[in-house]
Design a protein around this ligand. Structure first.
Ligand SMILES: Cc1cc2nc3c(=O)[nH]c(=O)nc-3n(C[C@H](O)[C@H](O)[C@H](O)COP(=O)(O)OP(=O)(O)OC[C@H]3O[C@@H](n4cnc5c(N)ncnc54)[C@H](O)[C@@H]3O)c2cc1C
Length: 484
């Protein structure tokens, strides 16, 4: 018998359900090994910075296994082909992994499972990526929740301490002499792969880094989360999204950390701050459930009638949005942060997404793809959910007639323009009066501050105050066409 532990979005050794099952299943002189497949048959968007995070994580994971005298086999190729080759070379395979909810991953797993079953081998998968197994939390009629708040309330109602209890996974119970070294597959070395790419200086991969962020957030962030989370110039959020995505920090660990602090603090205001973070983790659960129940959202608007919207899809304006040259500083700062760091603050993700879909009337899928190509924390469900929320095409989305005013968002959440100045150095000299809308400056003021409009910084590519009527018209048209 050869047991294979297949790592995917669970790149850690502790508190990992499938690893725990794997350890319990290996007995006597059974052979085993640890596998990661870098495959191209899953989500095709994998930007350089995201790859950098992945390689750093794999390097550290291999080192951690090395401390126990094991190692990680890292193979590049299509998952099905990797397992086909393994079934040709070994008898009685037993594969262990944690489930994924993304439709392309489900397709991949079905292919692998079928292949293994046909050849008399076994495939075991477990739920570990979310606190509740997708599909588990249903409404009174046994259907999916389509609104976040009742979903969240139900989660909090049924949540027990046991749901986020640490799962034991003691790898020292395995005998290193029984680890199999495989050959004949396309092995890759993350160390040398890392040298070839331009990684992010902002977010670093690996569990140690995730633990550091979690500790820092536990000590200095959680109790002020609600008050600070919307201010992009302040490090008020946990920065854990990529770690939660790749599983360097487990979701039980995140909830546990929050509840430990919640129980420790004794004033209602601090509890409220922490509860808001718990609610954000539940948004993640909510969007995973939406993907689980509605895999069609990979291509379609959740509200099907919204696929009739006549988008402008102006490629020139889209390019300006991608480059951070729209003439709206808060939008441009966000887009430059994304491209430079591979991450963007949540408030600014909403502002930039709303601007692309409403002010520029661009199909949300264009923006979803651009984010997917650049985000380190790219997570299909949260990205698709965030985009469809902003575009008003999604489940429990922002109503289409409620359009963020980018100037007001900027003034409210970056009043002194600290965030804008950080990512738009060309505007550093502007006073707060003009930082949110430099095109208000007259010629004299432009000269005084050394920012000439349309030379140093563009004038707005669209006029925000004129777009609302058109957006409402396009949405109404789409909704009416569905009724006919
Ligand atoms: C257009 C758009 C695209 C997005 N794309 C992604 C994405 O690809 N990957 C991703 O993880 N998040 C995405 N988000 C959600 C959110 O912006 C990020 O999770 C958050 O900014 C990550 O920062 P943090 O880890 O400091 O979050 P914190 O504020 O500390 O929140 C803790 C965790 O809760 C989860 N979370 C927080 N907010 C949300 C949310 N609105 N929806 C779902 N989960 C949430 C994340 O796992 C996050 O790490 C997107 C939001 C929008 C509006």
């Amino acid at each position: 018998m050869l047991h294979i532990y297949w790592f995917r979005k669970d790149l850690r050794l502790t508190d990992n359900r499938a690893i725990s099952e794997f350890i319990n299943s290996v007995s006597g002189n059974d052979k085993f090994f640890f596998l990661y497949i870098k495959n191209r048959n899953t989500y095709k968007y994998f930007g350089e910075k995201r790859l950098g995070f992945l390689y750093e994580t794999l390097i550290e994971l291999n080192e951690e296994l090395g401390k126990l005298n094991f190692h990680l086999e890292i193979i590049e190729g299509k998952s099905k082909n990797v397992f086909k080759s393994l079934t040709e070379n070994y008898k009685e395979l037993s594969v262990y992994c944690n489930k994924q909810v993304e439709p392309y991953c489900i397709g991949r797993d079905e292919e692998v499972k079928e292949l293994l079953n046909e050849t008399g081998n076994k495939f075991h998968s477990y739920s570990d990526t979310t606190l509740f197994e997708p599909g588990e939390v249903l409404n009174g009629e046994g259907n999916q929740y389509k609104v976040y708040t009742p979903f969240k309330n139900q989660c909090l109602k049924i949540l027990k301490d046991a749901d986020f209890k640490k799962i034991d996974s003691d790898l020292s119970r395995l005998n290193p002499d029984n680890e199999e070294s495989i050959s004949g597959l396309n092995k890759i070395d993350p160390d040398s792969e890392l040298q070839k790419i331009n990684k992010s200086d902002f977010l670093k991969g690996g569990r140690q880094e995730g633990l550091k962020l979690l500790k820092e957030f536990y000590e200095n962030g959680l109790e002020e989360y609600r008050s600070k989370r919307d201010i992009p110039s302040v490090g008020g959020t946990s920065l854990l999204s990529a770690h939660l995505h790749f599983g360097t920090i487990g979701i039980r660990e995140a909830f546990r950390t929050a509840f430990v602090k919640y129980d420790k603090v004794n004033n209602e205001s601090s509890k409220g701050e922490i509860q808001t973070w718990i609610n954000e983790l539940l948004w993640r659960e909510f969007y995973y459930n939406i993907t689980f129940h509605n895999p069609r959202i990979i291509f379609e608007s959740f509200k099907k009638e919204c696929d009739n919207i006549r988008w402008n899809n102006d490629i020139h304006n889209f390019d300006k949005w991608c480059q951070g040259k729209t003439g709206y500083p808060i939008v441009d700062a966000g887009m430059r942060q994304l491209v430079k760091e591979g991450w963007m603050h949540n408030r600014v993700r909403m502002v930039t997404a709303m601007f692309l879909t409403k002010d520029l009337l661009t199909d949300w899928r264009w923006g979803e793809k651009f984010f997917a190509e650049h985000l380190i924390d790219l997570d299909f469900s949260s990205n698709n959910g965030g985009w469809q929320w902003s575009a008003s095409t999604g489940v429990d989305a922002q109503p289409y007639f409620r359009i963020f005013n980018p100037y007001l968002q900027s003034k409210k959440f970056d009043p002194g323009g600290i965030y804008i100045r950080k990512y738009l150095p060309e505007l550093r000299t502007l006073p707060a009066e003009f930082i949110h809308n430099p095109s208000l400056m007259n010629e004299e003021q432009q000269k005084l501050y050394g920012v000439i409009i349309d030379k140093d910084y563009p004038s707005p590519i669209v006029e925000h105050f004129k777009v609302k009527d058109e957006v409402v018209k396009r949405f109404k048209e789409a909704l009416d066409s569905e009724l006919k």
